[in-house]
Design a protein around this ligand. Sequence first.
Ligand code: SF4
Length: 348
Amino acid sequence: MPAGNNTLHSASAFVEARLIKPDRLDALQKVAARYAVAITPALIDLIDTADPHDPIARQFVPYEYELESLPEENADPIGDEARSPVPGVVHRYPDRVLLKLLNACAVYCRFCFRREMIGPGRGALTGRALTAAIDYIARTPEIWEVILTGGDPLLLPPRRLKDVVTRLAVIDHVKVIRLHTRIPVAAPERVTPALLCALQTDKAMFIVLHANHPRELSSEARAACARVIDAGIPMLSQSVLLRGVNDDAGTLGALMRALVECRIKPYYLHHADLAPGTAHLRTSIMEGQALMRALHGRYSGLCQPHYVLDIPGGHGKSPIGPTYLSADGNEITDFKGARHAFPPRRPD
Ligand code: SF4
């Protein structure tokens, strides 16, 4: 299941690739011993090693601050465990479940909200656990949608993916299968005809791409997404708002435009979760709201994601604004920031 032979999996490999200066090796080996590290050739190619603030490197190259946790940070920041009726399933909302097929990814994001649970060697659901998970879904008729996640489910061999999709598709009340992945940007060569064949089903299938910076939509990534969409699978996106990566309106807008140009509808902009050792990558919610206002002011409606926060403790996602209607409901703010009475006041 590895992402590829040339993927870097250790701090020393990052040094050899000149992504880390040798004098930081000792400190970053401690980080790599605590949290999984990996970056694929497709993403290494996008890094400008001369730029100490490179937004791709910032997402994947380990950093000393990761060993500093704040009291409000949590090993399970969105409360997966509290909402897990059987291993591998998270049932947070009545009509949908997460099915976590494996605990490995092609790359390990430094801000990952599941960083305490994922990494190489953390395994996949066993055959018996998968059967128990699918049995739970089959005997719970309010489940309308199953979200395949992990880790990254597109790391699984096509034969195993096909088995999962086929077993879910025969459950009458499951109408939608959604799959969350970073593979089209992290390892676009893995989007093969065999993989796409494995995802064919009569049920509605959606793929949600995780991408955070417009540079991630390289020509190879765009071609991989086009193969997915041309195979009849619509795509949405999710991005994480990250300090030093996409926390300015120009970058965020360029990301949303790049996604739409690839026929991918921006779906979620996540406020970064309170995962341990990730404070240096988080913004404030106020900053996020200002960025959403800027997106609203400058970019097409197709480029507008929902800005959401996963409430710690497993209470689910909520939209966190900004709001355009005044608290008393009598005034609305337009895309330029001007306020208007609603309904319009009649001239005396
Ligand atoms: S791809 Fe998702 S699950 Fe994997 S490391 Fe990144 S954020 Fe975590």
